[in-house]
Write a protein that binds this ligand. Sequence first.
Ligand code: PMV
Length: 361
Amino acid sequence: MSGNFIGKPIPKNEEAQKGTVAWRSPSNIALVKYWGKHGRQLPRNPSLSFSLSNAHTDTQVSYTTRQDATETASLNFLFEGKKNIAFESRIQKFLDSIIANFPFLKNVDLEIKSQNSFPHSSGIASSASSMSALALCLTDIEYELAGKERDDSFFHKASYISRLGSGSASRSVYKDFCVWGTTSLDNKYADEYAVPLDKVHPIFEGLHDDILIVSSVEKSVSSSAGHQLMEDHPFAEVRYAEAGRKLIALAKHIAKGEVEAFGKIVEEEALSLHALMMCSDPSYVLMEPASLQIINQIRKFRKETGTPIFFTLDAGPNVHVIYPDNAQKKARMFVESKLLDHCEDGRHIFDIMGEGPQKIT
Ligand code: PMV
């Protein structure tokens, strides 16, 4: 397999081959944020995340091979059991863009069915789970057609293809923590695909992410537009260097079980991401008053009780409350009694570090 993960065309064969594969793939939450990209979806800085468990996408791909090749992928797509033209055309475009990586796409008819475990309009980004679930299915079909066993390069390719669909999706193909992007932490980390973080202190096993849905309204500025605004951003170079430095420090705290130092970086990262948005040109704000109220209450509760409870934010107003499993009792009580009131109709998802993607079929 080459560095660009170019697959082989399917061998000429009289018999049509049919099959169905299905994968469940999780969402992930970045602790060091990917913000800024170049070329074909390559990151300007390395990022570090952990995979979730309850927020996931199930995708099933059925294929039938044929001898005559088409220039574009042949697709029928159903989202949550129904035809969805907007999603179908996004997937069509994506499949057409990866034909060089999966030449078999010219010789198959595909039927793709996908559904999320969380409501589509919940303000939870579904691109990481949905793109990684699709990439895992396509890589699985390639391996199936070639009669190959799944190995480490299976996940490298699935992560590479996920990345082309949505950068953050590259990090959803593994369980626990993982890193995407080159960093002097170790030369095994790459810009093309994510790699698991191997040194994790047991205190971080089963890390919690209580996702508080402050608003489910679609963001005023998309992540793609946000990445784009980093190109002429006055603080871009400082940001990329800082993210690289913070990732190395965070990985060390994760290895050594340094919870307070871990939380300090996690919160700095979340606020840096939003600070970058606030001083972009044009500037924009994605936090809501309730996001700040939650943040202030978390800090106050931590100071008063010494409970290791922290926050992070994605590119939106929803707050992710992060705490180790040994703080679960106190933290959950606090979240339920004090923070859910700030959520839109009390909406939340209590999530936890997950086992990574699972093959369903
Ligand atoms: O994968 P994208 O292009 O939707 O970008 C995601 C960027 C953040 O969610 C804000 C950060 C991250 O690393 O996931």
